[in-house]
Write a protein that binds this ligand. Structure first.
Ligand code: FAD
Length: 281
């Protein structure tokens, strides 16, 4: 099988590598518009800020290192944006797989999001994330070589660092939950990231949204110091939402605890406890 993947960013490289993983005989060509397949766009702000002085370090691969047996890179930097400059006598590219195209790029490769365990809280809001591109690409790559993979949906989980602060969120907010037809209850709490008696404790502002009638967790946002594991804590909520957990389920989680790093009721759970105390919850 010969497979042409147009675009070698997060989705494209994921599609190409997954196709090769499942079918080692597949002849996969990544058509890229520059010399840096899988270049870390996300790292550009940190090059601009000076944290990553050399922009070349943002390239996960180059066309030279993206070689068979994994994938072949074909450069598309010539005058015609649609004409490969490599791959002599290319065969007709494989047409779209049953569920999704091998063509990638968030804007150019929509992969249908079927009803799934995530669908109830899938937002589709906010900018696309690398995580979504990688999973969509992996699905596209699998299906391009005859697989039957299904994209599970996106919660729009995101984290942003601004100086020494981190803000992160997943799923629905109060307003988006209401717009999606839920009857949300949203609570906000401020709790320390670890035991206050151990030096360096910093406050985490947490807000979670659950559905009044079902108790289902719909979304959460956290804000705190860079050292407060904000992104990883929001990922706990993302996992819970992915598996249709209730807010009460969060309080049942057996999370780790040691005074320098957390509390017996972690901040993630403290917000859930506050939600349960809310009248009507
Ligand atoms: C400054 C910045 C910071 C970001 N930070 C984060 C972050 O911290 N976390 C996060 O999750 N997301 C972040 N994102 C978003 C993330 O970069 C995108 O969601 C992700 O790169 C999308 O990957 P993709 O493969 O779906 O699409 P794209 O990255 O858009 O890749 C599509 C590729 O296809 C190529 N292409 C298109 N047409 C052709 C053609 N005809 N021939 C050859 N090649 C073609 C394009 O050149 C491009 O390389 C950031 C984005 C930006 C711009």
């Amino acid at each position: 099988m010969r497979l042409l993947v147009i675009g070698g960013s997060d989705a494209g490289i994921s599609a190409g590598l997954r196709a090769r993983e499942l079918d080692p005989t597949a002849d996969v060509t990544l058509l890229v518009a520059d010399r840096h397949p899988n270049f870390s766009i996300c790292g550009i702000p940190y090059h601009v800020s000076g944290d990553v002085p050399d922009w070349r370090n943002l390239a996960h691969r180059t066309t030279a290192t993206c070689t068979p047996p994994a994938c072949t890179c074909a450069s598309n930097t010539g005058p015609s944006p649609s004409t490969p400059t490599r791959t002599p006598s290319p065969p007709p590219p494989r047409t779209a797989a049953p569920r999704c195209s091998a063509t990638t790029g968030s804007s150019s490769a929509p992969v249908p999001s079927p009803p799934s365990r995530r669908s109830a809280a899938s937002t589709g809001s906010g900018p696309p994330t690398v995580s979504t591109s990688c999973t969509q690409g992996r699905v596209a790559g699998a299906n391009a070589v005859g697989g039957d993979a299904v994209f599970a949906g996106s919660l729009g989980t995101q984290a942003v660092k601004v100086f020494d602060r981190v803000v992160a969120g997943t799923g629905l907010r109060d307003d988006t939950a209401r717009a999606a037809g839920y009857d949300p209850i949203t609570v906000a709490v401020t709790v320390d990231d670890h035991k206050a008696y151990y030096p360096g404790a910093t406050p985490i502002q947490a807000r979670i949204t659950g559905d009044r009638s079902t108790g289902r967790l719909l979304g959460a946002q956290l804000l705190g110091h860079r050292g407060a594991e904000i992104a990883k804590r929001v990922d706990i909520y993302a996992i819970a939402i992915s598996y249709a957990a209730s807010v009460a389920d969060i309080t049942d989680l057996a999370l780790s605890y040691t005074p320098p790093l957390g509390s017996p009721w972690d901040a993630v759970q403290a917000a859930a406890l506050a939600w349960q105390r809310e009248p009507g919850a």
